[in-house]
Design a protein around this ligand. Structure first.
Ligand SMILES: CC(=O)N[C@H](C=O)[C@@H](O)[C@H](O)[C@H](O)COP(=O)(O)O
Length: 233
């Protein structure tokens, strides 16, 4: 079965922890992936070759690979250049994802120029475009990507405050390639809604694999109550 068929209407779990996050460790990410698989995930999204290698030891699910890297002259950090694409291709992942916003890439390169190079070098690889607006999704489809995703909705200065599921709906209505819902899908209800809207699959990250953020949500709710009701004996 082809990878896009395996993912159809399924849950993909993003297992990522950056250097400044408490779970930053490839072994931990591999166990997160295993937990996700046992819980019913049908795919994994992972960052860095090291994490991807560790995850491959634990699970045999379809993999979406990215490399997050900061460059001083660009706001684009998800697989920004051909160099990161080369690394992911050499490691081997089912889908390579990258930022496909209108923001300039390192060296001032546009998404179109970047993708032209990428596609020419790797014509048989599946590529997923992380976009923040309908316009970017349409442009990415036109450039020839295989999948568009709403990953960056709310994370570019010009998309701040947009509602991911609303962006998803617009994108689904206007592009023909499969659309993956990703970004701030933080409840099972929203994941289900994303698929009902027409997403091909849904990626959930923080709500499953970032316990610090999950704890913060609980702590905030609990502490708000403890401020209202002080303890007196
Ligand atoms: C904007 C950005 O850098 N997103 C990253 C993309 O890989 C990840 O940090 C997210 O966790 C992932 O997209 C899943 O989203 P959420 O964690 O909201 O379920």
């Amino acid at each position: 079965m082809k990878v896009l068929d395996k993912m159809y209407k399924k849950l993909i779990v993003s297992c990522q922890a950056l250097e400044d996050e408490p779970l930053h460790d490839s072994y931990i990410m591999s166990k997160m992936a295993l937990a996700a698989k046992l819980g019913g995930a049908s795919g994994i999204r992972a960052n860095t070759v090291k994490d991807i290698q560790a995850i491959k030891q634990e699970v045999d699910l379809p993999l979406i690979g990215i490399i997050k890297k900061d460059y001083p002259d660009s706001a684009v950090y998800i697989t920004p250049t051909l160099e990161e694409v080369d690394e992911l291709y050499q490691e081997g992942v089912d889908i390579i994802a990258f930022d496909a916003t209108i923001q300039a890439r390192p060296g001032g390169q546009s998404f179109q120029d970047f993708f032209f190079e990428v596609k020419a070098k790797y014509p048989n690889q599946l590529f997923m475009a992380d976009t923040s607006t309908l316009e970017e999704a349409i442009a990415a489809e036109k450039a020839g990507v295989d999948i568009v995703a709403t990953t960056m909705a709310g994370y570019t200065p010009y998309s701040e405050g947009t509602v991911p599921l609303e962006v998803l709906k617009e994108v689904v209505e206007n592009v023909k390639v499969p659309v993956i819902a990703e970004g701030n899908i933080d409840t099972p209800e929203k994941a289900k809604k994303a698929l009902e809207i027409g997403a091909h699959a849904v990626v959930v990250g923080s709500a499953i694999t970032r316990p610090k953020l999950i704890t913060e949500k609980f702590a905030k709710a609990v502490h708000a109550l403890s401020v209202e009701e002080s303890y007196t004996k």
